[in-house]
Structure formats: structure tokens, C-alpha cells
Ligand binder design. Sequence first.
Ligand code: SF4
Length: 407
Amino acid sequence: MSSLKARLYTELATKNAAMVEGIAVDPTIFAGLDLGGKHQEQVHTLFEMDHETHVSLPLPCGFLTPGGLRVQFRWDNRSAFRITHDDGIYHLREKNQVLFPIEFDSRPDYYGLKTSDGVEMSTVASHGQDGSISIAYSNECALKDKGEDCLFCNANATKDTYGEAEHINWKNPRQIGETVAAAYREFETLPRRHVNLTGGFVPERREVDYYLDVAEAIQEHTGLEDFNGTAVIGIPRDLKVIDKYKEAGFRTIAMNIEVWNRNIFQVVCPGKVTHCGDYDHWLEALEYAVAVFGRGRVRTGIVAGLEPKPSTLEGVEVLASKGIITLTGAWCPNPGSALEGHRTPTPEWHLDMAKKSAAIHRRAGFTFDQLYDSSPFSHFLVQDIYRIEDELLPVFGQDDATQDAAE
Ligand code: SF4
């Protein structure tokens, strides 16, 4: 392995640990950061990923390591990781040792725009870096009314905490179409652009009509028939409904099973069983979707850390063999979820999971583009491993002298 790749893997391990453990910070250091101007601020459109809530206290979304890996900032004052501001430079530290300087996320221009009916586009589509945006059309989940929220999920709690303060509301198709068009115009010169459409369950499961209207609005405002969109849905009872998303123009589809073990699935996701169908129906739907969308164009997610590692890896392997991409993001016991206060596995556990999951995806022949096109954001560790192995980071294009300086 080259010394550059070795250094990137060291940064990857640090990124993983800093996201699992969170990062301590004295928020006053962000006075030197232009949050909401030059730098991208957090907007809580669906989930709070910090380990503590912070209403009316703006925090950054994330930052880049020197090698160009993007780290999502998750505030946790109990963590050994810390950001300090020293002589105009922000550093990531572990205990008192400086690990490296960091660059906070730039704020995209479309965050400063409004839709034609006056809604701030920053509350419509979250920018996930690398030309990828994610839209939560609804910032609540109907499972709340029945007490059937997934145990790890804090969508409803996030709405209760931030909805009013940050003016987060349901989005209509026109607002979404205009916002995607503005973001896509801004990202036109990037190698890739992607939009992820998600949200909590809608009462009566009426989401299909809504998704079709949104697809039409995006096509109208961007002028793109294929706008590289992912429809994230709960599994319909009638699997033929899946065809409609493809016909509407979504390139990929995502249905998150969350847990591979069928018994744990029923306990962790009671509402998904009640409103979508049992475990076997979920598997059937994922396979059906591959027949409709194609191999590498169907994604699911397993929340890594809710079940034993061999169980999750078995799921990743089985699903990959059927043409399904599985994201195994680390479980973050976020505030307001039923599992708040629990502990996720160690950073080492999660790093091992990511490496094994990436190896399975590579053996199955999935490409970086397929991972990018089906993911909500572009900072998953599995994607980073592809970026390192396929030399996709800008640092690989630098001349030797610049690389040496970076190392
Ligand atoms: S279906 Fe589950 S994971 Fe999705 S928003 Fe509702 S409670 Fe959260």
C-alpha cells in the first residue's frame, strides 16, 4: 500500500472514531467561523445526530480531513476528541494531542436562496457534499401516533425540538422542484449530482402519489428526465406499486430493513411490520425492486450495532448476492430516540464492520457510482474505502511535491 493510502486509512480510522464518540467543543470557538455565511450550518430537517440537543445554538455540519475525507460533526462533550481554534486554525485533537488541521464545510449558494413562495431552500434540501442533497418532504413519522416508532429513530423528537425554531415544515412538490434545480445548477461542473427523497411515514401510506408529483416537479424545474433521484420508501403491500417509482423517473430506490435478524427486526421496527408487512415481505420487496430498477440500483440500510456483527454481515452478503446495496452506518443512540442513553459498539467494531462491508460490495462488483447514486449522503465509510482504493480523492491528483507536503 502506498504511504498516501496508508495515511488516508489512518484518517479514516480517526473519522470513524470521531463520529462514533462525537466531538467535544466549547461552542464559543465557532465565533471565528462564518456559520450561515461562508460555512454550512446544521439544519435539522429530519434527524438530530449530535449527542446533545442545541436549540438556537448554531453548529457546523462537518469538516474535511487533510486527505479530503468528510467527517460529520456530532457534538458530545464527553468525548476524548476535541476541536480547538489555535491562532486562526481549527484542529482536531484527541485528548491534548493535535491530530490534524481541519476545513469546515463550505455553505452552498443555494442555502441563501428562497423558493418562489418564500421558503428558505436550506430547510428544503440538506447539502451532503459532493453534489449530493437530501430532502425530507415530511419531518415527522405517522408511527408516533400509534407508539410504533423504530426504537433507534428520533425523527419525531427532532421535529418537536427544532421544527418551530428552525421553521422546518412539510415541503410541497414545487418547493422541492425549485430547490433541486437551484442546487443542480450550482453543482453543474461537479462529476456527480444526486437527490435523495425521504421522510417519515405518511398517514394512510399516501406517499406514492406525493413522490410522483415531486418527480414531475423536479423534471419540470431541472429539465432533466433522469435527475438521478433515489426514492426512499416504506415497502408497499402491493409490490407492483414499486414499478410506479421507476416509471416516474427515479433512478434508484431505497427501502430500509434496519436489522437483518428477523426476531430483532420485529422488536426494533414494530411499525414497519404493522404498516408494511413482515420480514419475508421486506425481503421479497427488495428482490422485486431489483427486477424493476436493476442490480446496484436498490439500496437498503442496516443500523450497525443493533445486532451481532455476524448477523449484519450475513445480511450484507445475502443482499449483495441479489444485487442490493446495504449501507451499514454506525448506530448513533441519538437524543429523543427510545434507545437514547444506550451505547453503540466501539469505534474498532464499526471500522471492522465498514471494511468487511466494503469488501463484500467490491466482491459483488458494485461500483462507486452505484454507491453514490443510491446513498442519502456521501460520507459513509464504505464510500470512503472506495475513494481510497479507486484513488478518487483530489489528493491523488496532486503532484508529488504537494502530496509530500500533505503527508
Ligand atoms: S419508519 Fe421508523 S426510521 Fe422511518 S421515520 Fe418512522 S420511526 Fe423513523
